[in-house]
Design a protein around this ligand. Structure first.
Ligand code: GTP
Ligand code: MG
Length: 406
């Protein structure tokens, strides 16, 4: 088993009640919940740009400072990361030394670039040879477009901690426009070689404008030394998670039922945010980066627990975390399903808090599908909010706002 293989495999014994209750087309949804998705994820970029560091922090509980001890990756380091119960990421961490890169682009071209779901390309912002880095990037994108036209591309402008905070935004924006331009060039090269590809692109070379290319691409500024890493990786996994619509609908039902301001669902090993729900009141929160901050804080908390208990970092370090901020707000984080933790943030009030905790526990069976493919669809019941589900779920504990004494 790979060093990076997590142990979050789901039990697979869930009932389908949770999913079927919320759908207007229960048959379609139940079929969806049975699927196990595998995704080939390529992690590429120059040697020393920080690929293995990120992977180790996100999926293997490394501390940022531990990454200094990582050696250069030789050829391709392949790992299978189980994410929730029904998604496996086949992570190809491709060593970035020049000889390896040339090999991926020549002898191993079809092997490396076929059936790719996601390409994560990492640029070291401190690199001294930007032109060369960009030339390699163009070659990689050309190979990707040639073999996996549907792949999504995430470009990480990495080691941003090395740029002075006052110029970070500007440096990032400049790099974004260069990378977009180079991407358009790469796509144009492939189109020239393969004229059968539809020419929906209007490639505006040299303009610095965002060219209209049919390549799904997002760019992020990242650093292993802050929460930016979690923002980028949460976006990467977000689109890959199966049954996202079901998760979102059910989180919303739960949030409304317990009068929460916000609910976040985390994957238990990486602490990446899988899904979230925010009430209209919660939307007024001015801290736009609070999601990735919470991932970072909870991961650090987990490491602290490990340090003080002397238990391995990979072990499950806590099951409950409560924080009551006087008259401002209350929150708790609790183990939810086998593969997830849930965070609930709400207005203050002891009764409201206790009731929410009970209701979250009662709602667990409706989210069992997060732990593995659903095996036997059960008959449709009520929604978690209605508390009438027949899939082994408990009743939600209903309380009206006035009962909370607010
Ligand atoms: N300052 C800073 N250093 C980083 C960051 N990310 C990684 N590093 C450092 O960069 C060095 C190289 O990181 P690796 O993750 O081994 O690089 P790699 O891309 O996997 O390199 P190859 O395996 O050779 O392709 C390590 O010493 C890391 O500690 C970052 O965000 N900021
Ligand atoms: Mg490496």
């Amino acid at each position: 088993m790979s060093d990076f293989e997590t142990t979050a495999a789901g039990g697979g014994s869930a009932t389908a009640a949770s999913a079927t209750t919320m759908s207007s087309e229960p048959g379609t949804q139940a079929a969806q919940l049975k699927k196990v998705k595998k995704q080939k994820v390529l992690l590429m970029g120059k040697s020393g740009s920080g690929k293995s560091s990120m992977r180790s922090i996100i999926f293997s509980n490394y501390l940022a400072r531990d990454t200094r001890r990582l050696g250069a990756t030789i050829d391709i380091d392949l790992s299978h990361v189980k994410f929730l119960g029904n998604l496996t990421l086949n992570l190809w961490d491709c060593g970035g030394q020049e000889a390896f890169m040339e090999n991926y682009l020549s002898q191993q071209r079809a092997h490396v670039f076929s059936n790719v779901g996601v390409l994560i390309y990492v640029f070291d912002i401190e690199s001294r040879d930007v032109e060369r880095d960009l030339a390699t990037y163009v070659n990689i994108i050309s190979a990707l477009v040639q073999y996996s036209r549907e792949a999504k591309v995430f470009v990480l402008i990495h080691k941003m901690d090395l740029v002075h905070p006052s110029t970070r935004e500007q440096v990032f924006e400049e790099r974004v426009s260069i990378v977009r331009r180079k991407t358009a060039e790469a796509v144009a090269i492939v189109r020239k070689q393969k004229p059968e590809y539809p020419a929906s692109a209007s490639v505006s070379e040299g303009s610095g404008m965002i060219p209209d290319i049919d390549l799904d691409m997002q760019l992020f500024a990242t650093s292993i030394w802050d929460q930016s890493l979690y923002k980028a990786w949460a976006s990467i996994i977000h689109d890959l998670v199966p049954n996202l619509g079901v998760i979102e609908t059910q989180l919303a039902s739960l949030g409304v039922a317990i009068d929460a301001d916000e609910i976040l669902l985390f994957e238990r090993t990486s602490f990446l945010v899988v899904s979230k729900w925010t009430s209209p009141e919660g939307e007024t929160n001015p801290w736009g980066d609070r999601f990735e901050r919470m991932s970072n804080i909870l991961k650090a908390w987990k490491h602290t627990c490990s340090k003080f208990t002397g238990t391995p970092r990979n072990a499950e370090q806590f099951s409950d975390f409560e924080y009551k901020m006087g008259p401002n707000f209350s929150m708790f984080v609790t183990k939810f399903t086998t593969n997830t933790y849930i965070l609930v943030c709400m207005p203050p009030g002891e009764a409201r808090f206790n009731s929410a905790k009970l209701n979250v526990a009662a709602a667990r069976p409706w989210f069992k599908f997060l732990d593995g493919p659903v095996v036997a669809p059960a008959s449709a019941g009520g929604t978690p909010r209605e508390g009438t589900g027949s899939g082994g779920g408990g009743q939600l504990h209903q309380q009206h706002p006035q009962e909370y004494g607010i």
